[in-house]
Design a protein around this ligand. Structure first.
Ligand code: ZN
Length: 309
């Protein structure tokens, strides 16, 4: 368990097109000080407004997670936020010159490779974790997410996720994936999984001004009984793994890493955000874990103190 906050070791720059807007966007990820969290800055708008990556700033969860403040938005933040969370980046300033984070290849691989290239810088402040003490649940019709206390007492297992998708489709129906979060496992098992969609929905999305930048270069497209991508799948269960990636990106909006066990069934961005909101609004169900410098060593302290999210 990492005791100290981290930021990126150097500035990261890249560009690409937005999945939904189809617009080109340039991004710079800059190191940021302890306690600042993750923030987006719209450099293309006068005054360079800042949008903090916090659950309170979620303005839409349809087909992507969109953050906004005072009408200024940045969308499709989830894969980049997942990469930062999964690699242990607590603080960073993300400058964008457009309304959407580039989709890249539809996965989090490009982000993770760029983070690895600059490495991480350790900051002086301790990292704070949310440790679940009593179970909670969010659901909508047959979809649900359970969040339970961590399984093992020694805290090795920070966040475990058991995710099931179940589509009424002949090619893609039920897939389950169980995963325990660490930077190594995240890189091996999750980051490569790409965005996916059904061919029958693509036309509807485009008619509604969505998925304008979508192509076989940045999404797996599912036809009647096979995928359209000639290169095939990266994992046989790539679809459910991508949903785990999305969930990790949405959990980043808690503002602190989570320690607990998740069981999710057919969830999506909207239900993921309901979970994040419920956690932060029911502080009786968790405690904050923070490491403090004692005289002889750094020791973990579970705090009753409530935090304002
Ligand atoms: Zn996604």
């Amino acid at each position: 368990m990492d005791m100290y906050q981290r930021t990126v070791g150097d500035t990261i720059g890249f560009s690409g097109i937005g999945l939904h807007t189809g617009l080109p966007v340039s991004v710079r990820i800059l190191p940021s000080g302890e306690g600042t969290g993750i923030s987006f800055v719209r450099r293309d708008i006068p005054g360079s407004p800042v949008i903090k990556a916090k659950y309170k700033n979620v303005v839409s969860t349809s087909f992507a997670t969109t953050l906004g403040v005072d009408g200024v938005t940045v969308s499709t933040v989830e894969h980049l936020l997942a990469a930062l969370y999964g690699m242990g980046v607590d603080n960073a300033l993300i400058e964008v010159d457009g309304p959407e984070v580039p989709i890249m290849d539809g996965s989090a691989v490009p982000f993770v490779e760029m983070i690895e290239k600059v490495g991480l810088s350790r900051l002086d402040s301790p990292r704070r974790y949310i440790v679940i003490r009593r179970p909670l649940k969010v659901s909508e019709n047959e979809k649900y997410i359970y969040l339970m206390p961590p399984g093992d007492a020694d805290g090795e297992d920070l966040l475990s996720i058991d995710y099931t998708i179940d589509f009424a489709h002949s090619y893609l129906n039920r897939q389950s994936f169980t995963f325990s979060l660490s930077p190594g496992a995240f890189k091996r098992e999750i980051v490569g999984a790409r965005t996916f969609g059904f061919l029958k929905d693509v036309e509807m999305l485009k008619k509604n001004g969505l998925a304008l930048g979508g192509s076989l270069k940045n999404a797996v497209v599912i036809g009647d009984d096979d995928i359209l991508n000639e290169e095939g799948l990266r994992y046989t269960d790539e679809f459910v793994r991508h949903k785990v990636l999305d969930l990790i990106g949405d959990l980043a909006l808690l503002g602190m890493p989570l320690i607990g066990r998740i069981k999710a069934y057919r969830s999506g961005h909207a239900l993921n955000q309901s979970l994040v909101t419920k956690v932060l609004k029911t502080p009786r169900r968790w405690k904050m874990l923070e490491f403090v410098e004692a005289e002889s060593a750094t020791v973990p302290v579970l705090s009753e103190e409530l935090v304002t999210a």
